[in-house]
Design a protein around this ligand. Sequence first.
Ligand SMILES: C[S@@+](CC[C@H](N)C(=O)[O-])C[C@H]1O[C@@H](n2cnc3c(N)ncnc32)[C@H](O)[C@@H]1O
Length: 619
Amino acid sequence: MLLNPVITKLAGKRVVLASASPRRQDILSNVGLRFEVVPSWFKETLDKSQFSAPYEYAVETAKQKALEVARRMHVKHLKTPDVVIGADTIVTLEGAILEKPFDKQDAYNMLSRLSGKEHSVFTGVVIVHCRSKEENHLETDIIDFHEETKVKFADLSEDLLWEYIDSGEPMDKAGGYGIQSLGGMLVESVHGDFLNVVGFPLNHFCRKLTEIYYPPPKQAIHRVKHDSIPYVESFENLSDVEKDCTSTSKTCEAKKALQEGVCKAGGSGSAGLQNGIEERSVHCAQQLSKITQLLDGFKASQTLFAASKLKVFDKLKDKGALKAMEIADKINASVHGTERLLDACVALGLLEKTHQVYSNTELANTYLVSDAAFSIHEYITYSNEHLWSHFTHLDSAVVEGRGQHRTAVKKACDNINVRGPFCGCEVKERFMRAMHCMLKITARDIVTAFDLSKYSSACDLGGCTGALAHELVWTYPEMKVNVFDLPDVIKHTSQFQPESFDSSRVTFSPGNFMEDTLPKADLYVLSRVLHDLPEGKLNHLLKKVSEACCPGRSALLVAEIVLDEDKKESRGLLQSLSMSEGKQRSGTEYKKLLENHGFNSVQIKSTGNLLDAILAVKR
Ligand SMILES: C[S@@+](CC[C@H](N)C(=O)[O-])C[C@H]1O[C@@H](n2cnc3c(N)ncnc32)[C@H](O)[C@@H]1O
């Protein structure tokens, strides 16, 4: 349930935020927007003197950031986003643009200039709509705007300034301060949108989306005049989702209850107070929506699991568009239950519904249909039948401090109705299918994150089905890859090989990388292996790899989720709750770990895909 219905217009679209700023991510996810984060590689080096006004510089930087991401994602097959959002925030004082300080002295110079004065914060925002046209040509529609907020600093004492600088907070922030945290102490007053100073003008963004998705007939703009607030255009009037609060929707009830509660506490109904009440109720409802989304998260997962298990997406792929009754017939289910499931899938952006007829979204056709080239159907099955149970025992896992793997495997065996010696085998194959489909999606980005063409032989340690090995040989025509994995895994690999498989270039060797001598290679690969190993085993394996690497000639390519330095990225952190014996690491932690093992050049690339890439070289 979204407070601002225009956000629902983006549900089901592939939305990408071209910014690494956790503050922007928080602002947008707090209002229920679902998006991927792909930080832009555009260097913020535009010549400021070319712009007649500072905000033009911010808008142009935002545009270049967003376009760089749109183009990069488009080049990588099947990754063209529908919408890319770019933003750039600058601070200006007396016409000069203050960006992020490069050291403490620079932070001091900036903050002391701001002391006791009013400055402007501009955020330039760009919304890029992308379309893939004939011959893979990328077409874009660009809409941009900017927002200005005036901020007045109190007179700052030297002690306060240095204490603030020593906190480290100023370093990654435009103007050298963060208003949402310690920097708030420096601020005397704010005129305008507070979130604009934090990094993203949410209100203006929603108004822009409303203009884009609900273009009103000229005369229909309903302007409301309040005594104490400027003219506003009402979003609700333009919405086809939530007409008014006379409906019985839970949000409306919650909003009313909140308003009533505040009204009772507040008494009078003056316009100013009314504004305060609305602000507070909007604020509470926003916070509540974050929690209700978390609460409902398991229902959304189960909706995906059930629709995949019942092969809803497969039936719709074959037949195009069907009514609920026809789908119910095809999946042998009740019409009543099917209708509910389908409607939930529509709400989650997995299906589309027009005049009671359902069809797959592009997202479902690409990833959820079981025989699609980039299907993750097997990973969804594995998550449902295996990973899910790790998390149903999360409280025990936390109390005991160890994974619930044993319980989960037993449950997986029960689910698939096998017993005894076959149990492990069946689960292993399911695990391999799950690993295979996820790696297929991300392998291209891993192998192209760095130029690996100088390595003619590679060994993928724990390489499982060979999905990464095939991507390596496709990308680097001179390379041969040996997949090294446990004998139990290697014996099941034949079913995963592509038809055009060149067995002289991708070979499989059974073995144990902890105990056996590693096969010789110029490039060693460890994909999704390190995060799962306890410290002792991890160091043992890295020592072996390091010893096998010839200085100046060999390297190690690691593929893992690399956590951001603040450790706020939720995917990796949620995964680590499965309480394997290992842990997820940030870039700095991986760098240190690899340097400790003699790899003196470590480069880390965030791919924007499921796994990031690290190249460690011994010079
Ligand atoms: C999480 S999977 C990752 C598979 C693949 N690299 C990927 O990214 O999809 C870990 C792989 O390491 C293999 N493995 C675990 N311990 C091993 C060992 N001691 N020797 C060789 N392979 C091992 C597992 O069999 C499994 O295929």
